[in-house]
Design a protein around this ligand. Sequence first.
Ligand code: SF4
Ligand code: SF4
Length: 463
Amino acid sequence: MAHYSRQYDLFLGSTQSFCHLCGDLRHLVDTHIVTRGDEVYLRKFCPGCGESMAKISSDLDYYKKCEAYLKRPDLPEKALTQVLRGCPYDCGVCPQHQNHPCLALFDITDECNMECNICYHAAAPGLGNHKSMEQIGQMLSTLLSVESEPDLIQVTGGEPTTHPQIIEILRTLKTSPARHLMLNTNGIRIAEDEAFVKELKALGGGFEVYLQFDSLERSTLEDIRGEDMRQTRRRALEMLERYSISTTLVCVVKKGFNDHEIPAVIDYSRTLRCVRGVVFQPVQEAGRIEAEGDFRITLSEIRERIIGDTGNPFTAEDMIPLPCDPHKIAVGYAAKKMEQGYARLYPVTGSLPKEMITEQRGTITFEQDREFVKSVIETVSLDTAMGEAIISDKIKQKLFCCWPGFLTPKDMGYEHVYRIVIMEFSDIFNFDATNIKRECNFIITPDRAIPFSTHNMGIKFSQ
Ligand code: SF4
Ligand code: SF4
């Protein structure tokens, strides 16, 4: 007689993952995607350890919605490795990969002036290994061979501002074909060295600071960063505000430590003119981080905290899956207007037709895509033939009643855009051999372009 499983409700499909019980990265294990109530799990079958489950979503409806947002693959222009052992052992980038680098990370040093407990890089004072200008030139050539017009290069490490040639590196990359450049930093040098901040300002438009900002509370910072960073962060943001340097706050979320602060971080970000938004990253198992058990949080749980917060205007319709990697990245865009030192936000993603989003070239920087901004303007201003043609009366009404009069094509500049991004990377727990092929964040080495997650997991590659 047939019987039902007590472990799960629905079988959604199968994939492959790694066993997080034995931690063996040499072999993939057969894995089912199953549901239990509203939650979605990877059910793994390890020949040595038996069955195990890893939660990948707390929201079955949103999980299904991600599938509906998938867009056509936007492939790298060239593969740099061959298919020998199969994914994920052939990184990269191999001919199987289904996404180009939306974000190219240039890791320029292992050195850091901090020693955070949650460092995926395991950087620390004294490790050094600053990359030479020659190596950075090779990284750029590698990137341009797979993506001739990159959207975004992010300079990272370690702490990149400890590199003695950091300004020279930024200037070199600023003149490359990459459209935008970011500096990923803990903010210490920005807080302490005004001359350095002036050099950053001189880089001009298309440059942004990606500032570590996980918490407003001393105890949390001491836990995850090893020290109370509140003063440093405040001083760094004063500098960035003074010099009007575009800034994104980056918040690594660890359940039970700072997930309750998600609304407070968004609220704080609205007090700063220079801040263009917040990126939330669920803590991942990599480098010095142990992300096992209770600390883990999924993308959907962070999304629930954001849309459940009545202090910000983002609703479930506004926080949507990013079409190039929908299960791993969620985005919400808003127009922003500063009023008496606080940003009023008018979310737009929920009002745009889905096709407008899914037909975009895959990128995590929609606002810097001229066509997208033009589409937003045309949609919301409704004063062009295209705007009239592409949206329904229902959407027009919704936009008209909530859309501010200040926004015109003339002043819809980058400073009027605010975005919330949730970006989840893969680790040994949530690794899904299907999703990994869509990862759009790549570590660029002198001869490889490797998806960020497989790079950090410590997988031994075949070539
Ligand atoms: S993750 Fe991508 S680049 Fe790496 S082996 Fe798989 S398909 Fe190839
Ligand atoms: S997380 Fe950043 S600031 Fe902290 S040790 Fe690592 S590189 Fe340094």
